[in-house]
Design a protein. Sequence first.
Length: 497
Amino acid sequence: MHADLPILPQTRSFLTRQQKMLIGGQWLDAASGQTMSFRNPATGEVLGEVPSASAEDVDRAVRAARQAFDDSTWSRMRPRERQNLLWRLADLMERDAQQLAELECLNNGKSAAVAQVMDVQLAIDSLRYMAGWATKIEGASVDVSLPLMPNDQFHGYIRREPIGVVGAIVAWNFPLLLACWKLGPALATGCALVLKPADETPLTALKLAELVMEAGYPDGVFNVVTGTGLNAGAALTRHPGVNKLTFTGSTEVGKQIGKAAMDNMTRVTLELGGKSPTIVMGDADLQQAAAGAASAIFFNQGQVCCAGSRLYVQRKHFDNVIADIAGIANGMKLGNGLDPSVAMGPLISARQQERVSSYIEMGRELGATIACGGESFGPGYFVKPTVIVDVDQQHRLVQEEIFGPVLVAIPFDDIDEAVSLANDNPYGLGASIWSNDLGAVHRMIPRIRSGSVWVNCHSALDPALPFGGYKLSGVGREMGAAAIDHYTELKSVLIKL
Ligand code: NAD
């Protein structure tokens, strides 16, 4: 930690305490006593240790969640009370917003100032949005026919019930926000949850657990197990006591989780990787589009599932747009996210720094042009914002998710080519179109194969709009009314009168 960059005293004391997991309302070490360390990506230094959960701890957490789910305190709690609890939790997060942002910054590397207005505020908004759903979960009354029993009368109706115990596994790029996208609908619908944060970023999940308890949730409704994906994550995935798995992370791990879920017929939603296109049409406000394209890829160090990592620009404006983006990139100050003047922090880990650098090196070997950036440096895990041009659409740089501040850019000649290039990728999470031609934009939107399309903006998320992917970007949706469907089961009831 940088001694000259101030943090709140409560952030400092949170960091120095012995971290424990929350299981069934109790703060516990791992049964094995094992711990694992996590780092500050801005310095590379070890920041602390958390319990390293094994299958035994996961089993304990799932049982605690099951007990809470079955217990009358939670199962008979009225929707209005579930709504009020979520509001209370959101209020507590607002009270501690700066501390949450500082913890996120220290553990993930992102700017604390940005985390406070983006990550923490969006997490709070998503909980308040989901709080409203608690009182609006509806079934239906159905006028049934039953032709084989013509002389009887029936009352048919459909109940929408909480799905049960939810196992939530999240990535490290937005640790608090991703956790809240799962916690909100789970607690609004009356489920109980076991959360496994990413190996690298356990801190805000533990702070969130503290606030859940302070808000007054019954013991076991929310549990956090810290541990590795290979041990704790895999154990949660395989556990037969879990009714629904909700996962945010890589497509590779998502596929494993999806397959394992089917062994127990566990319901599953998967929010996975992306390689989202930014399409700049010739009629767009080109300066606005260049600034938007830069922020689409460089925000959060490019570690955003829906980052605009492929840029397609109408050919006659290509060089100008690239020059503008390179100018923005070259002007970005890199450093510790606690410094409010810093525009870009480090990547999450040495591994990620190496991975991203290896893609840039691949571009160099291929003879592509590095229009700006390209270098990495330390201490900490920094990679300069990079733009690569003169690269073929079929190359790995254009087809694979890099998950860092690396933009690959290709010119196009007409709308059909732009749509075809945008869709020519195994992922389908998001896409943005920059244009002032309303008719052309509306004609393009249905042709783009992705879960979100933004026009003259990128990665703009709202809790009322479902978010998720086509193709390899996932299964199911988070947020919006769609999320409530994913956390509930339907029960058909038929009463012979
Ligand atoms: P990851 O898949 O390696 O890890 C994600 C989580 O899964 C972590 O908690 C990890 O511990 C756990 N895990 C790892 N192996 C596991 C296993 N075998 N069984 C169960 N759990 C396991 O992903 P990452 O590198 O942490 O995150 C980056 C990826 O997440 C990127 O691909 C990014 O696009 C994606 N992402 C998607 C969204 C979205 O909403 N679509 C949002 C953020 C990130």
